[in-house]
Design a binder for this molecule. Structure first.
Ligand SMILES: [Zn+2]
Ligand SMILES: [Zn+2]
Length: 398
């Protein structure tokens, strides 16, 4: 049999996936009904692995936890490409009122990962059916994106050694932008995400005798305002940096000055030097500030996901594929940067590639909202996109 890519240069088009529309919607809504938290994606990964095996993929289970890799190698091509979807849900009680709403109390797919998984399954089915490429595709179904660094778990379990690839691609839905619109940004595209837990220790006592205490509540209040100076006075105004104080905890009674107060910070940045500077300034400022008031402080500063950096050539390639598929009016480039974080950043520290976004509807609720729902209209376009991207990538000269 001749190599299809040389005799048939036609790549996947939107209309090719129309027959799959019902199947994809049913799959997505099934996954939506049965969400699984990070590190618990047993049934989801089972469904993924079973389908991939049915379609003729070589399936590897339990990569970095419940991760699944489906591999299909065709023809004599030497190139290899990986496409990743995430599978996990969130500890949120769903309030969409949809007929296919979560059947698991307090757990829901509020980030659309079941949509990402279904789009990639749609591409898996189409690629296996048309077999219109020569080379190797690895479809990576990743667990534990929501704060548990599933990407790093798969990498540490040998993902890139066991499933070598020339580049890796991934996609996330994007509320607030029309469905089916593709968004691309080269370079630093999503932020690094770090957190700090600050525990201020004072001397507790009676509310009526404050002079005999060291009041951690007053110190915390002063510190909340002082921390706002880090971004405005210590970071180059041309850079993006965010310091948000998301939690404040202290005290149980109005007539008691408590022993301690805690602040929880979320810190975002798009540049390694800015990230270091934020950590240094926050640490120095907090220490000096609390000590200045006579208190003691413990700072637990934890680095989370790194800056997500898209490589230029692969981002341009991914943009071209979208433009061919849906036309330039449904492609936005450059877009962003986006001040959220993604563990896909770990893949991009090791391989060239692109993490792109697809609109989820202008009126869509934000991700991580109890009212959020993935737009099924994206399933066929997303599946067609991944199919065409794989075909095009593997058709390129090595
Ligand atoms: Zn999320
Ligand atoms: Zn997400």
């Amino acid at each position: 049999m001749e190599d299809m890519t040389t005799t048939n240069p036609r790549f996947c088009e939107l209309g090719d996936l129309l027959d799959a529309t019902d199947f994809l919607r049913e799959t997505r809504q099934h996954l939506h009904r049965h969400p699984e938290l990070s590190l618990h994606e047993a049934a989801t990964s089972e469904l993924v692995a079973t389908r991939l095996a049915q379609w003729g993929y070589e399936v590897t289970r339990n990569v970095g936890g419940y991760g699944v890799v489906g591999t299909l190698a065709l023809g004599k091509g030497t190139r290899s490409v990986a496409v990743r979807a995430d599978m996990d849900a969130l500890p949120i009680a769903e309030e969409t009122g949809k007929p296919y709403a979560s059947e698991v109390a307090g757990v829901m797919h509020a980030c659309g990962h079941e949509g990402h998984t279904t789009m990639l399954l749609g591409a898996a089915q189409q690629l296996a059916k048309t077999r219109n490429f020569a080379g190797t595709v690895h479809l990576v179904f990743q667990p534990a994106e929501e704060g548990e660094a599933g990407a790093l778990r798969m990498i540490e379990d040998g993902l890139f050694e066991r499933f070598p690839c020339d580049a890796i691609f991934g996609m996330h839905n994007h509320p607030g932008v029309a469905s089916g619109t593709f968004l691309f940004g080269s370079g630093a595209f999503m932020s690094a995400s770090d957190r700090a837990l600050i525990t201020i220790r004072g001397v507790g006592g009676h509310a009526a005798r404050p002079h005999m205490t060291v009041d951690p509540v007053m110190i915390a209040g002063s510190l909340i305002m002082a921390l706002q100076s880090v971004v405005s006075r210590n970071i180059d105004p041309r850079q993006i940096a965010i310091v948000t104080i998301g939690t404040v905890h202290a005290g149980v009674a109005t007539n008691v000055i408590p022993e301690s107060a805690t602040l929880g910070l979320s810190i975002r940045s798009f540049d390694a030097d800015v990230r270091d500077r934020l950590q240094q300034r926050i640490t120095d400022l907090v220490s000096a500030h609390v000590e200045g008031y006579g208190g003691r402080v413990e700072i637990d500063y934890e680095r989370g996901y790194p800056v997500l950096v898209n490589s230029a050539a692969e981002t341009e390639f991914a943009r071209e594929v979208a433009e061919e598929l849906v036309g330039p009016e449904r492609v936005v480039a450059p877009f962003g940067p986006v001040t959220g974080s993604e563990d896909f950043a770990f893949y991009l520290q090791r391989k060239p590639g692109c993490f792109l976004r697809i609109g989820n509807g202008e009126s869509s609720a934000m991700v991580h909202s109890a009212h959020y729902d993935f737009d099924d209209a994206n399933l066929t376009v997303g599946a067609a996109y991944w199919t065409r991207l794989v075909e095009r990538f593997l058709a390129q000269a090595a």
